[in-house]
Design a protein around this ligand. Sequence first.
Ligand SMILES: *Cc1c(COP(=O)(O)O)cnc(C)c1O
Length: 459
Amino acid sequence: MDYISTRNSSNSFKFEDVFIKGLADDGGLFVPKSLHKYSQKDLVEFKNLEYKELAKKIINPFIGDFMSKHDLSKIIDKSYSVFRKKNVVEIVKIGDRSVLELFHGPTLAFKDVAMQLLGNFYEYYLNNENKKINIVVATSGDTGAAAIDAIKGKKNVNIFVLHPNNRISSVQRRLMTTGKEKNVFNIAVEGSFDDCQNLVKEMFTDKIFANEIKMSGVNSINWARIIAQSIYYFYTYFLIEDNKEPINFSVPTGNFGDVYAGYLAKKIGLPINKFVVATNQNDILHRAITNGAYNVENVAETISPSMDIQIASNFERLIFDLNEHNDKKTIDVMKSIKERGKYAIQKENLDKINVDFLSARMDENEILSTIKNVYEKFDKVLDPHSAIGYGAFDKVKLKGNNIVLATAHPSKFPDAIEKAINIKAELPDELTFILDEKENYDIIDNNLNKIKKYIKERT
Ligand SMILES: *Cc1c(COP(=O)(O)O)cnc(C)c1O
C-alpha cells in the first residue's frame, strides 16, 4: 500500500516512512493513496476470528513489505499477550447499550491497544536496521503512559513525553513517572495539552533538530495507531450484529483519532451506520459537526482531561477526504485554522459529514450524573470519558444496536469517581504499587528552546 500526505498528494511513501516519521515533512498527515474495500463475502470470513487473528488479517495489507506475515503474526501475539483479556477487549451490556471495554491493557486506557503494537514495531525496525531513534510525544494523560509502557527498556530508543503540568490526574501521572528505565524522560510543561502538542509539532517541522536527534512520533496522528484501533470496531461489530439492526458507535473524542479509526473500518467495508462524536465541554468537534463551525476556543480543564483538546489533529484526514483528496484545498483549510482559528464547513460538506457522524456534548454535571445513574441502576462504574460516550446516546437518539467505547478504567480518575458516587475506584492489584513509588519528572516552561535543549542534552 502506498501512502500520501494530506498536504501533497503526488509524492508516495511506504509504511516504514509513515510509521517512523508520524507526521509528513510538509506538516500533513499520512493517508493511504487508495483503499481496498472488503466485500460481504470477505467479511463473513472474518466473522468468527479471535481478536489477534482478525488483527493479523486486517493489518497485513496496510504495512506492505515492512515485515513478513510471519513476523507480523509473532508481533501481534506478543503485543496482545500483555492484556488482561484473551481477546484484548471485553463487551458488556449496560442497560440498553453495549459497552466496549478497551482498558484491559497495562496502563488502563484504550491507547494501550495501539501502543503495545507500535512498541514492538519499533523494536523490530531498530533491530533490523541498526538505528537509534528518539520518540517525542505530547500527551493529555493516557498516550504518554501507554507509549512509555510500550517503549521502556527497549534498545536503541529513548522516549520523551510532554504532559501539561497539573492538568492530568495523579494516577495518570504516576503511571508515567514511576518507572525506573533509563530510556524514559517525563517533561511537565507549564501549559495545556494543545501547547504540548504544538511544541512537538514545532520540533518536527524544525528539520535540522528532528534529523539531528532522529526524532520519531507516536501521537494519535501516527497512522499505525489508527490501523490498530480499527480492529476493535470489526471485532465488536461481528459479535453484536444480528443482520437486522443498524450498528452505531459512540466514541469519546479528543483528537479525532479513535473515531477516525472507526470511520476507516467503515471505509474499508464494515457497514457501520453512524458514529457519535462525543465531546466534553471542549466541544469544537461538536460545534463543527452540528453547525459547521470549527472555531478554536480556549481549552477548559475538565474531569475528562484526555479530551481537553481544541485542535483535533486527526480532523485533517477527514477534511482531506471531504475535499476529495485535494491537497491544495486541504492546505488552505489548515492555514485558515492556524491563522484565524476558524474553518466554516460548507453546507455540502457538512451534509457529507452527517452521513457518517453525529455528535453530542456533555458538561461536567452531565458527566457526573451519568456516572451516578449508571452506578445506581446497573451497578457499573464508568470513568468520566466513557460516561461521555454513554450519555451521548441519550442526546443523539439512534435506533439499532448502540455501542459505547469505554476508553479508560475508572481507577485512573479516582477523584471524579469519588465526586460522582462517593466510592474509591480501586486500581487493579498489579498496579497499586505506583501509589507509593518515587516519581521522576522535570517541570519546564512552555518554551520551545528550553525543551529542545533538555532533549538534546539527553540523547
Ligand atoms: C485519548 C483518549 C480519548 C480521546 O481519543 P482521541 O483518539 O484523541 O479522540 C478518550 N478517552 C480517553 C480515556 C483517552 O485516553
